[in-house]
Design a protein around this ligand. Sequence first.
Ligand SMILES: Nc1ncnc2c1ncn2[C@@H]1O[C@H](COP(=O)(O)OP(=O)(O)O)[C@@H](O)[C@H]1O
Ligand SMILES: [Mg+2]
Length: 250
Amino acid sequence: MYAVELESVSLRYDEVVALRDITFKSEAGKMVALIGPNGAGKTSILKMLAGLLRPSSGEVRVLGRDPARARGLITYTPQREDVYWEYPLTVRELVAMGNIRRRGLFKWLNTRDSRVDTALRLVMLEDLASRKISELSGGQQQRAFLARAICQSGEVYLLDEPIAGLDAPSESMLLEILKALRDQGKTIVMATHDISATLEIFDYVALIRNELVAFGPPKEVLTSENLVNTYGGSTVALHLDDLEKVAGWK
Ligand SMILES: Nc1ncnc2c1ncn2[C@@H]1O[C@H](COP(=O)(O)OP(=O)(O)O)[C@@H](O)[C@H]1O
Ligand SMILES: [Mg+2]
């Protein structure tokens, strides 16, 4: 059984064909990067895996099931732009939302659940637990969302561009936490633009431009030809610089 699986998946929004015939899969305990330009369909794939969207054709499975029937096993962290940051929620309240499925909506807020403390400790936000989420830095906000996912204790973590806009220390802290989760057998699927970050730690990369350009281990997939097919010429020059720096390729 695979942790995540897309089989001949197509998705249209009215007349827009967002994704065409996407097939890839990953066993559990892996980190999978979805890489592609804006509009490539990364968010759409994550939403289908989260059971929030249904494919127009093809099959999406998470841990062998229809994602809509695996919700308790799946945690989904939306793209920054899709979060209403001004909502007056504290870090602890946000993290405790991971308990809603288990404890029910009305008990969620007054709990001093040890799961919340454990999750806060894992992402090193214990000291900021009473802060409003709007008052955190970008990296702290991403860690708060990750803590919510940890609190929910799902098996599959879906993250939409969690490292976009973070400085290098915040990015590596977040990636370290994700690696630790992977090493515990969790599956991470993450949309990102940061190709260099994926080289060293991700098990699989899916290059997407509305179709699947390539899927496999980063070193096999991130060839200049595949990157040109994904991003077009000019952007790639920049990314390849990063690649050579990180991987020592020449
Ligand atoms: N709700 C929607 N209605 C219509 N078109 C959409 C909607 N959401 C996404 N799209 C279109 O689907 C394509 C893929 O979008 P998306 O999955 O958000 O890509 P990415 O996350 O890679 O930027 C884009 O062309 C986008 O404009
Ligand atoms: Mg997106």
